[in-house]
Design a protein around this ligand. Structure first.
Ligand code: HEC
Length: 121
């Protein structure tokens, strides 16, 4: 009886919340709890706040670039290949490029006529 009414209560709720909004976060660091998060927590919060990580977003290349930059100039240690892969997988998955941050340019057919355009004739 109880479980059934509970399910009746929870099912519509589950449908309302978009996938991903369920993502649980670590109260200490704010990291999304998902495979690899502890590796990131252990390696990425020694020098600066986890916020510096969670407030950033980028492609895999960008994350790798930031890591290389810290390794070359900020004293970040080298990671075994497997560890680096775990970190990059995690960051790309959960802190990937922000969609819609910048819209693509309009095609020329959608642009207004340019009144200053000189016709070469
Ligand atoms: C050895 C110290 C150290 C560790 C460990 C470290 N960082 Fe950093 N990181 C820095 C320093 C220093 C800065 C520059 C901070 C500033 O500008 O205030 C920085 C800056 C950053 C930035 C901001 C870069 C920008 O473009 O502004 C990000 C993102 C970042 N770190 C992510 C990470 C991640 C992810 C890890 C784990 C793989 C990590 N950090 C581990 C030292 C470290």
């Amino acid at each position: 009886m109880f479980t059934r009414s509970l399910r009746r209560l929870l099912l519509p709720l589950a449908l309302l919340v978009p996938l991903g909004a369920w993502a649980e976060t670590d109260p200490d660091t704010g990291f999304v709890i998902a495979p690899g998060w502890e590796t990131v927590k252990n390696n990425c919060t020694a020098c600066h706040s986890s916020k510096l990580v969670t407030q950033n977003a980028g492609s895999r290349n960008r994350w790798q670039y930031v890591i290389r930059w810290m390794q070359e100039t900020q004293g970040l240690w080298q990671f075994p290949a497997e560890t680096e892969k775990t970190i990059l997988d995690y960051l790309t998955e959960h802190y990937g490029p922000k969609e819609g941050a910048r819209r693509p340019p309009l095609p020329p057919s959608m642009m207004p006529k340019n009144p200053y355009k000189q016709s070469s004739g």
